[in-house]
Design a protein around this ligand. Structure first.
Ligand code: ADP
Length: 626
C-alpha cells in the first residue's frame, strides 16, 4: 500500500470529525449525497457540449445499500467519477473555502454546533465510520481506483475493478459506544428518514432496495419481496410551495449550495408566471464574503433550464450593485444548449434580470420599513455596494438606489435615510447639511460643525470615501440640495451680522493680503468668519472639490493631483482676531509667524498634513519660551 499523508489542514478537520461530539452526526449522509448529485450534474453538464459523452438522463441516479452484518453503508452514483489524481487532490486536501472559515470560526468560538450550519463535506463520513473506501472511475479514464482511509493516519490509493463510470463510497460504520448508537445508520427506516429530511430536493432519484411484505397472488399468504424504491420526492426546493418550506430547509440549502457557514440574512423566493415563467430563490448573505473585494469574487446566479444547471455564475442576471446576492433562477423557457454568448443577448434573460432587480429592491425596501435593525445589519455589510451603485456610470441608477442609502445623523446618533432627514428639516432650512471626515468622532469635533449643531441643525456625517461623491451625483433629494458644513458659502448669519462681517473683512483687506503672501499659493483667500463659535481657525473649501474629496482623489493611483480651493477662516469673535490686527500695525515679522501657525492648525484640524512640521514646531516653542 502506498500510504499518503493528509495535508495539515485536512488532518485537523478530519481529527475534528472523528472525535466529534456533535450530536447531529446524521448530516454525513446529506454531504455524501450532495457530492454525488454534484458529480452527476457535472457529467450531465459535460454531455451537453461533448458529443462523445452519451447519457440518458433517466439513468442518472444515486443508490444506497446496507449490509447490516458487515456493518456497511454504501452510496453509489453514476456521476463524473474521479481519476487517480483527483482522488488524491480532492480527498487529500480541503477544497472549499467554507471549511477554512469554519475552522477559524470554530477555534474562536469553541462551538462545535457550527458543524451543522454548513456543508462540511466528505470528511463528515468519519463522524460515523472507522473505515472509508472510495472506488471511482472517471469519465476521462479507463482505469478505476480505490481510495481507502481509516482516519488521520493517512490514506492509500490503488487500482481496483469497477465497470461503470461513477463513484461508490463504502462506509464501515463504527461500533456502538455507551454514548452513541451508530448501528442506527444500518437501519433501512432511519436512513430513509434522513434522506427525506435533508436530501428530498435532490433532483436525481435516490434509490434503496427495500423489503416489503406482499400478498401472494391468489392466496391469503404473505411473502417478503425486495423492491427498488425512490426515497426522495425530487422536487427542487425552489419549485416547492413556499408555505410548505421550513426556514431550516431554506437555510440548509443555502449553506450547502453556496458554501457559507452562517445562515442567510434574508431569503427571497418567487415564482413568476408572466410573459416568461421562472422560479427564483435568492439569498442575501448575513456577512461580507471574505473575498468580496478581491478579484476572486465572482458574482452571479446559478441558471437552470427546467431543473438542469446550465450555468454556475450567470452575471447578467444581477446588476453590479446587487452583486452580493446569491441564489438561482430556473426557467422552463430556456434552451438547455444555449451558449454563454447567446445568453448575453437573450431577451428573456434580460426581462428576468430586470424583474429580479425590482424584486430585490422592493424586498430591501420592505426590510428597511419593517425590520430596521436587520436592514442596518445588511447596510453595514453591503451599503458600500449601494453607494458605488449610486455613484457609478454618472449616476444613471441613482433614483433606484437613493432611498436605500443610510448615513449617520448628528442628532439621531445613528443611521438615517435621506427621506427621514428631510422630514425633520426645520422650516427655515433650505439645504441638507453634511460634513465629511475619517470617523464620526473626528467630524463631530470639527469647528465648522459645532455652530450648525448649536443652531439645532441635523448634520449627516460622511465617513466612507465615496460618500461625498454620492451626494454630488445625487445633486439633491426631494428638491433639497446638499450643503457641506465645511464649505465657504454656509449662510447662517443674520443680515446685520453679515453686514458687519463684510465691513470687517473689507477694512482688513490689506492685512489679509499681507498674510496671503506668507503662505503663497496655499489658500484662495483668508478672511474673518462668524461660523466658529469658540474655535480660532478653520479651513473651508470653495467649488466642487472639498478638502475631504481632495484627500480621497489624491490617494488614488494616478499622477494627476487635485487641489481643493481652500479658504483660511479666522474667528472674528476670538481674541486672536484682535491680536493679528495689532500685530499688523506693530510687528509684521511676528504676524508672518502667526500666519504660518494658524494655517498649520487649520490643516491639522482637517486631518491634512503640514509640509513644514519642524518649522512650525520651532515657531511654537519660540513663542512658548517667551
Ligand atoms: P466539496 O463538495 O464542498 O467541494 P468535499 O470535501 O465534500 O468538498 O469534496 C471534495 C471534492 O471531492 C469535491 O469537490 C469533488 O470534486 C470530489 N468528490 C466528492 N465526492 C464525489 C463523488 N461522489 N463523485 C465525484 N467527485 C466527488
Amino acid at each position: 500500500m502506498n500510504n499518503k499523508q493528509f495535508k495539515a489542514e485536512s488532518k485537523r478537520l478530519l481529527d475534528l470529525m472523528i472525535n466529534s461530539i456533535y450530536t447531529n452526526k446524521e448530516i454525513f449522509l446529506r454531504e455524501l449525497i450532495s457530492n454525488s448529485s454534484d458529480a452527476i450534474d457535472k457529467l450531465y453538464y459535460r454531455s451537453l457540449t461533448d458529443k462523445n459523452i452519451k447519457i440518458n438522463r433517466k439513468d442518472l441516479k444515486i443508490r444506497i445499500d446496507i449490509d447490516k452484518d458487515a456493518r456497511i453503508l454504501s452510496i453509489s452514483d453514476n456521476g463524473c467519477g474521479m481519476s487517480e489524481e483527483e482522488l488524491d487532490k480532492n480527498l487529500g486536501t480541503i477544497a472549499k473555502s467554507g471549511s477554512l472559515a469554519f475552522k477559524e470560526e470554530n477555534e474562536k468560538k469553541e462551538n462545535i454546533d457550527i458543524i451543522g450550519q454548513f456543508g462540511v463535506g466528505f470528511y463528515s463520513a468519519f463522524m460515523v465510520s472507522d473505515l472509508v473506501k472510495v472506488e471511482s472511475k472517471s469519465i476521462d479514464s479507463k482505469e478505476a481506483y480505490c481510495w481507502t482511509s481509516k482516519g488521520v493516519e493517512g490514506y492509500s490509493i490503488e487500482p481496483c475493478n469497477k465497470e461503470d463510470v461513477g463513484t461508490k463510497i463504502t462506509l464501515h460504520i463504527k461500533e456502538d459506544t455507551q454514548d452513541e448508537e451508530y448501528s442506527k445508520y444500518l437501519n433501512d427506516y432511519t436512513i430513509q428518514e434522513i434522506i427525506k429530511k435533508y436530501s428530498d430536493y435532490i433532483r436525481y432519484p435516490i434509490e434503496m432496495e427495500l423489503e416489503t411484505s406482499k400478498k401472494k397472488e391468489g392466496t391469503d399468504e404473505y411473502e417478503n419481496i425486495k423492491e427498488i424504491k425512490t426515497i426522495n420526492s425530487m422536487t427542487p426546493i425552489w419549485k416547492k410551495d413556499k408555505k410548505k418550506i421550513k426556514e431550516e430547509e431554506y437555510n440548509g440549502f443555502y449553506t450547502d449550495k453556496f458554501y457559507d457557514y452562517e445562515k442567510p440574512l434574508k431569503v427571497i423566493h418567487t415564482a413568476v408566471e408572466g410573459q416568461y415563467k421562472y422560479n427564483a430563490l435568492l439569498y442575501i448573505p448575513a456577512h461580507l464574503p471574505y473575498d468580496y473585494y478581491t478579484k476572486d469574487y465572482k458574482m452571479g446566479l446559478q441558471l437552470y433550464a427546467s431543473g438542469v444547471l446550465i450555468m454556475d455564475k450567470c452575471e447578467d442576471l444581477l446588476p453590479d450593485y446587487f452583486g452580493f446576492v446569491k441564489g438561482l433562477v430556473d426557467s422552463e423557457d430556456l434552451s438547455l444548449n444555449i451558449s454563454r454568448e447567446m445568453l448575453q443577448h437573450d431577451r428573456q434573460l434580460k426581462v428576468i434580470a430586470k424583474n429580479l432587480e425590482n424584486k430585490i429592491k422592493s424586498e430591501l425596501e420592505n426590510l428597511l420599513l419593517n425590520d430596521r435593525q436587520k436592514y442596518e445589519e445588511f447596510f453595514k455589510n453591503f451599503g458600500l455596494q449601494l453607494k458605488f451603485g449610486t455613484y457609478n456610470d454618472y449616476g444613471v441608477n441613482k433614483d433606484k438606489l437613493k432611498d436605500l442609502l443610510l448615513f449617520y445623523s448628528s442628532t439621531q446618533k445613528g443611521l438615517v435615510t435621506l427621506k427621514e432627514y428631510v422630514s425633520r428639516m426645520k422650516e427655515d432650512q433650505k439645504t441638507i447639511y453634511y460634513a465629511a471626515g475619517e470617523t464620526i468622532d473626528k467630524i463631530d469635533l470639527l469647528p465648522q460643525v459645532e455652530l450648525l449643531k448649536d443652531k439645532g441643525y441635523e448634520i449627516l456625517y460622511l465617513t466612507d470615501n465615496v460618500d461625498e461623491f454620492v451626494l454630488q451625483v445625487l445633486m439633491n433629494y426631494d428638491e433639497k440640495s446638499f450643503q457641506n458644513a465645511c464649505a465657504d458659502n454656509l449662510d447662517l448669519d443674520t443680515k446685520e451680522e453679515k453686514e458687519k462681517l463684510k465691513k470687517e473683512n473689507e477694512d482688513n483687506k490689506e492685512m489679509f493680503d499681507f498674510m496671503k503672501e506668507v503662505i503663497k499659493d496655499e489658500v484662495q483667500d483668508i478672511r474673518f468668519t462668524h461660523r466658529l463659535k469658540n474655535h480660532p481657525v478653520c479651513l473651508t473649501s470653495e467649488g466642487n472639490i472639498s478638502v475631504e474629496m481632495e484627500k480621497v482623489l489624491n490617494s488614488m493611483p494616478t499622477d494627476r493631483q487635485v487641489k481643493a480651493k481652500t479658504i483660511l477662516e479666522i474667528n472674528e469673535k476670538h481674541d486672536i482676531a484682535k491680536k493679528i490686527k495689532d500685530l499688523y500695525k506693530e510687528d509684521k515679522e511676528k504676524l508672518k509667524k502667526y500666519t504660518k501657525i494658524l494655517y498649520s492648525q487649520a490643516r491639522l484640524i482637517e486631518g491634512l498634513n503640514i509640509e513644514n512640521p519642524t518649522e512650525i514646531s520651532n515657531l511654537i516653542c519660540e513663542f512658548m519660551s517667551k
